[in-house]
Unconditional design. Structure first.
Length: 146
């Protein structure tokens, strides 16, 4: 079994990953970081097989893991989004209201995917990226070779 538990230090507060993300561009306020993280995590999760979604979820920091699994319907996975536009439309559909509606979708998505790669084993990220259609793979930062 490839899933592993998050390796976040025990003494690190559960909100640390969200605080870390909220300090990055293009997020202006913490609410944008949370809304963007939630929307992108759900778009990624919903594009994966149930097994791969569970492997990824097992590696996320505690708070992020809760956001990731919120509202998940495994019977609906994976969806059939094949293009960046379709993927970003999924992200957009999860956003709404101020200040999130001002969030630049593609830069925010790229920032969140890079953030995700920092918190997940490189091998697991390769598995995630491998399940994405070619067009959507371009949103992910380069993953290290095995």
């Amino acid at each position: 079994m490839r899933a592993r538990r998050s390796s976040a230090p025990v003494d690190r507060p559960p909100t640390a990953p969200l605080n870390e993300l909220s300090g990055r561009e293009p997020f202006e306020v913490p609410e944008q970081a949370y809304a963007g993280l939630r929307a992108v995590l759900h778009a990624v999760r919903d594009r994966l097989t149930v097994e791969e979604a569970a492997h990824l979820g097992a590696q996320l920091p505690q708070l992020v893991r809760g956001i990731y699994y919120e509202g998940w319907r495994p019977s609906m996975a994976p969806n059939d989004e094949k293009t960046v536009d379709e993927f970003l439309a999924h992200v957009r559909s999860s956003l709404g209201g101020n200040p999130q509606e001002r969030l630049p979708l593609e830069p925010a998505t790229r920032t969140i995917l890079a953030f995700l790669a920092e918190h997940v084993d490189p091998g697991e990220m390769r598995h995630v990226v491998d399940q994405m259609p070619k067009d959507i793979k371009g949103l992910f930062a380069e993953t290290p070779a095995a």
